[in-house]
Design a protein around this ligand. Structure first.
Ligand code: SF4
Length: 204
């Protein structure tokens, strides 16, 4: 049996935020650094620079490689905490982390990899906001588990077909570092124009 294309866990976060962003990064290899991504990269490098430590009986391992053979996922966890009978991943983000579904999907994918690698159930994880110096717990519930499976399949199909989804051209675009490269308003208008032309052609 041919192994499925292994998907970077980060691609799931990008897809959950915007499928076009995921394709631009992982198909077109596009990346545009802005203030937020630069601050995020520095924050990650600070986490990555640390070694394994033990604090209050919890072993903290930084930059732990993760994989899940059945799902076909791989990545690196910023931080994984090993307690007495429990393990949880912690993902560092530069900005506010409340209610970020994309980041929660990324964490859930890390949790599923840990479950597969260490034969343990992972019920909780955490997002850490560097700018707010605050941790937010994330429950790895059935909804997030299903989202990981669904999004992994969608990303794999996109990468295998080398497709580029249409720009949603909505509020997400204002905060997207790829805005200048993506030109969402232009591409969305082009798609709408093409659809109108096809509709005209069909009627004629
Ligand atoms: S600018 Fe908008 S459509 Fe383009 S990648 Fe970013 S979020 Fe997606």
């Amino acid at each position: 049996m041919i192994a499925p294309l292994s998907i970077p866990i980060s691609a799931l976060e990008h897809w959950a935020y915007c499928p076009r962003q995921c394709a631009l990064i992982h198909v077109e290899q596009a990346w545009e650094e802005d203030g937020n991504t630069a601050r995020g990269r520095v924050a990650h490098e600070r986490v990555d620079a640390g070694s394994a430590t033990t604090r209050a009986g919890v072993r903290e391992v930084r930059s732990l490689p993760l994989f899940h053979d059945d799902l076909g996922l791989h990545g690196i966890a910023d931080l994984v905490e090993f307690g007495d009978g429990w393990i949880q991943p912690v993902e560092y983000k530069i900005g506010a982390v409340d209610g970020s579904r994309a980041a929660s999907v990324q964490l859930a994918a890390q949790a599923l990899c840990i479950e597969s690698m260490f034969s343990i159930r992972v019920n909780t994880a955490a997002l850490y906001s560097v700018s707010q110096s605050r941790r937010v717990p994330v429950e790895i519930d059935d909804g997030l588990r299903q989202a990981v499976a669904t999004i992994t399949a969608e990303v794999r199909a996109c990468l295998e077909q080398l497709s580029l989804p249409t720009a949603p051209d909505d509020a997400r675009c204002k905060r997207c570092s790829l805005n200048a490269m993506c030109m969402p308003s232009v591409t969305a208008r082009t798609k709408a124009l093409r659809n109108a032309e096809f509709a005209l052609f069909d009627v004629a």
